[in-house]
Design a protein around this ligand. Structure first.
Ligand code: BEZ
Length: 211
C-alpha cells in the first residue's frame, strides 16, 4: 500500500555515491528529504541536483539531510556528478542512491507505471526526526521541483511542531500565523503574549511566536 502522512518511513540499505547507507541509521535524529529523479544524464534532473547542493546551508540550518535516488547504478551517478558540477557550478554534496533493482523505489511507490514503467517519477518525502513521513509530493518528469517551497514547508512543520499554530496560504518564515482552533481564547491569550486578532471565532491571527 502507498505511504501516507504519519506513516513510518520504510528503512532500507542501499548503495549510494557515498557508500552503503542504512537509511534510518544514516538519518539519525535529523530531518530528511528523500527525492527520486527519473534518470541520470537528463537535463531537468541536472538542474535539480545542482540546486539541492547549492541549498546546503539552508538544509543544514534546519537540520535536514537530503538524499536523492534513481534506478541507475552508482557508477553512472558518479560519472554524472562531474557534469552537474561543470554545468551547475556546484559539486553534489549529498548521497545519491543507486536503485537498479528498484527495491527502494517500490518501497516508496516511486514508479508510476502509467507514467513510465522504467523510470521513477519525481517523488519527494519529508521525514521527521522520529522517522515519520510529514510531506509527500509527486511531480511529473517534465517539471523541475521548487526546492524553496520544500524549505518553506519544512519551516512550517518545524514551527507548528513547537507551537499551537498553523501557517496560512503562501506563508513564509516571519509572517503572521494562525492560532489552532482547538485553543480557547483564554489559552491563546496565555500562549501568545503578543496577542491575536480575531477575524472569526475560527480565524485568529498572531505574530510568529518564535520571532
Ligand atoms: C529530465 O530530467 O530532464 C527528464 C527526465 C525524464 C523525462 C523528461 C525529462
Amino acid at each position: 500500500m502507498a505511504l501516507r502522512l504519519g506513516d513510518t518511513a520504510p528503512d532500507f540499505t542501499a548503495d549510494t555515491t557515498q557508500g552503503s547507507v542504512s537509511f534510518h541509521d544514516w538519518k539519525g535524529d535529523s530531518w530528511a528529504i528523500l527525492f527520486s529523479h527519473p534518470k541520470d544524464f537528463t537535463p531537468v534532473c541536472t538542474t535539480e541536483l545542482g540546486t539541492v547542493a547549492k541549498l546546503k546551508p539552508e538544509w543544514d540550518k534546519r537540520n535536514v539531510k537530503p538524499i536523492g535516488l534513481s534506478v541507475d547504478p552508482v557508477d553512472s551517478h558518479i560519472s554524472w556528478e562531474g557534469d552537474i558540477e561543470e554545468t551547475q557550478g556546484q559539486a553534489v554534496n549529498f548521497p545519491m542512491i543507486a536503485d537498479p533493482d528498484r527495491t527502494v523505489a517500490d518501497l516508496y511507490d516511486m514508479i508510476h507505471p502509467n507514467a513510465s514503467d522504467t523510470m521513477t517519477v519525481r517523488s519527494v518525502f519529508v521525514i521527521d526526526p522520529a522517522n515519520k513521513v510529514r510531506l509527500i509530493l509527486t511531480y511529473p518528469a517534465s517539471t523541475g521541483r521548487n526546492f524553496d517551497e520544500l524549505l518553506r514547508v519544512i519551516d512550517s512543520l518545524q514551527l507548528t511542531d513547537g507551537y499551537k499554530v498553523a501557517t496560512p496560504a503562501n506563508w513564509k518564515d516571519g509572517d503572521d500565523v494562525i492560532v489552532v482552533p482547538a485553543l480557547s481564547d483564554e489559552e491563546a491569550t496565555e500562549r501568545f503574549p503578543k496577542g491575536f486578532k480575531k477575524l472569526k471565532p475560527y480565524l485568529r491571527i498572531t505574530p510568529q511566536p518564535n520571532r
